[in-house]
Write a protein that binds this ligand. Structure first.
Ligand code: 8YV
Length: 331
């Protein structure tokens, strides 16, 4: 007789191929309607299942983890960032947490580059001009943006995504600057001709474009605080494809409104899916480009993420160490 399959609760709709394989391997409860689960439904899941597969839209906080049943042993996050999960509380309760690193690097870096181009070259405004009937024909002084070649890009957080962005940006002629807790090796820095700034403040004050690419942790919450945003030059652009919480969104919106910054391209927000009314107004006026957290949204990426989840669950259930385990030192 075969071993009893683990009960795996998946909180959101995943690509069909991923769901099919999960159903083959595990006793899987799917969410075919894709309606976010309520706190009561999540509590029921952690009380009864062996494995929970949440996403960024589920808050897996200490209160929820405290309700975990005897069987709950693994939270296999469908996503790279684990700021939706109180990992310390999970580990204390003996629940392992995994994520899906690596497979969304290139897609997220592409979207970051796309936002850099969108805000500097006014792509969204331009794209609206034709359907809205605003375009009266070419004019030498209309719809002018800012050239990116020769400008300085400051990357906050030079991990996998930061480095993938740097590779792209370098080929667009931007000079690469970065702030990271640890300076990267010469083998990484040299091909990018990258300049490391130990002081984030010093870097911010000198950049034309600043891109946030670090994880959201207690240490990076409001890293771009009102004080730090004020260090930026008035012709600087701010890009964020990481997490909204890393920037003081209100302070950013106030500065954009006052014309103290040139623009912003944001794929993530502090209180998703809510977006500050100030930012919405600025988007309508063409001052900012706002995207609905779609940095990693490719068919290929979502399938790769699902495969990572499956490997993590399967290896864990087979009694091995899952490859993408979150360790306390990563928090
Ligand atoms: C994912 C992300 O789509 O993986 C991450 O950290 O921010 C996104 O790109 C999302 O988290 C899925 O849960």
């Amino acid at each position: 007789m075969g071993k009893k399959k683990p009960l795996v609760v998946v909180t959101r709709k995943l690509p069909d191929v991923v769901e099919t394989r999960m159903c083959e391997l595990f006793d899987t409860r799917l969410n075919v309607d894709d309606k976010p689960m309520s706190p009561a439904q999540l509590a029921e899941a952690v009380r009864t299942a062996d494995v929970l597969v949440p996403t960024v839209t589920d808050r897996i906080d200490a209160g929820l983890i405290a309700q975990a049943g005897e069987r709950m042993k693994l939270i296999a996050n469908f996503g790279n960032g684990v700021d939706n999960i109180d990992v310390s509380a999970a580990l204390k309760r003996g629940v392992t947490v995994t994520n899906t690193p690596g497979v969304l690097t290139e897609d997220t870096a592409d979207m970051t580059m796309a936002l850099i181009l969108a805000v500097t070259r006014r792509i969204v405004e331009g794209a609206h001009a034709i359907p809205s009937g605003e375009w009266a024909g070419w004019s030498p002084t209309w719809m002018l943006g800012a050239r990116i070649t020769g400008k300085r890009l400051g990357i906050v957080g030079m991990g996998r995504i930061g480095q993938a962005l740097a590779r792209r940006a370098k080929s667009f002629g931007l000079s690469i600057h970065y702030h990271n807790r640890r300076r990267l090796s010469a083998a990484v820095e040299e091909p990018l001709e990258a300049t490391w700034w130990d002081s984030l403040d010093q870097m911010l004050a000198r950049m034309d474009i600043v891109s946030v690419n670090c994880p959201h942790t207690p240490a990076t919450y409001h890293l771009l605080s009102a004080r730090r945003l004020k260090l930026l030059r008035p012709n600087a652009y701010v890009i964020n494809t990481a997490r909204g919480e890393i920037i003081d969104e209100n302070a950013l919106a106030r500065m954009l409104e006052a014309g103290d910054l040139a623009g912003a391209g944001l794929d993530v927000f502090e209180h998703e899916p809510a977006v500050s009314p100030k930012l919405l107004k600025l988007a309508k006026a063409g001052k900012v480009t706002l995207l609905p957290h779609m940095g990693s949204a490719t068919h290929e990426g979502r399938i790769d993420m699902g495969e990572k989840v499956i490997i993590n669950v399967k290896t864990f259930m087979d009694g091995h160490r899952p490859p993408d385990r979150i360790l306390p030192s990563m928090l």
